[in-house]
Design a protein. Structure first.
Length: 134
């Protein structure tokens, strides 16, 4: 029998949207884990929006998972890739300058490669400009 987490997608999405709001290391671990292992794009989108709202990530685990996700998301999935840019920006701004180098900058720079659409390259470029300008 499937668990409630597998059958109640609306409830699970609600949980994922709030998980990062707790601002504790434990929930950062959960967020990082789900970003690496979740296959449902709706859930990933929800998680990324939560990270963009609250970029608390003192150990860099979420930023590491964002880098992983950037490398493992289809270059045509513009929604998720834009969400990744927003989440990287939030983590870097929330956690100070140390988070910007090198992982946050490198993750955004990866999205500048020609395999990505011009929309994503422009979005990543503008996010990087915003980040470096801070």
């Amino acid at each position: 029998e499937k668990s409630v987490f597998e059958t109640d997608s609306a409830g699970m999405e609600n949980i994922l949207s709030q998980i990062n709001l707790f601002g504790t290391d434990t929930f950062c671990d959960y967020t990082a884990y789900f970003l690496r292992n979740e296959a449902n794009k709706t859930f990933i989108h929800t998680l990324l929006k939560g990270v963009a709202t609250n970029g608390y990530d003192p150990q860099g685990k979420i930023l590491e998972s964002l880098e992983y996700l950037a490398h493992n998301t289809s270059e045509k999935d513009e929604t998720i890739l834009k969400d990744i840019c927003d989440a990287v920006y939030s983590v870097c701004i929330t956690n100070g300058g140390n988070a910007i180098e090198p992982r946050g900058k490198d993750t955004l720079t990866t999205l500048l490669y020609p395999k990505y659409t011009s929309v994503i390259r422009d979005y990543a470029r503008n996010t990087l400009k915003k980040l470096v300008g801070k």
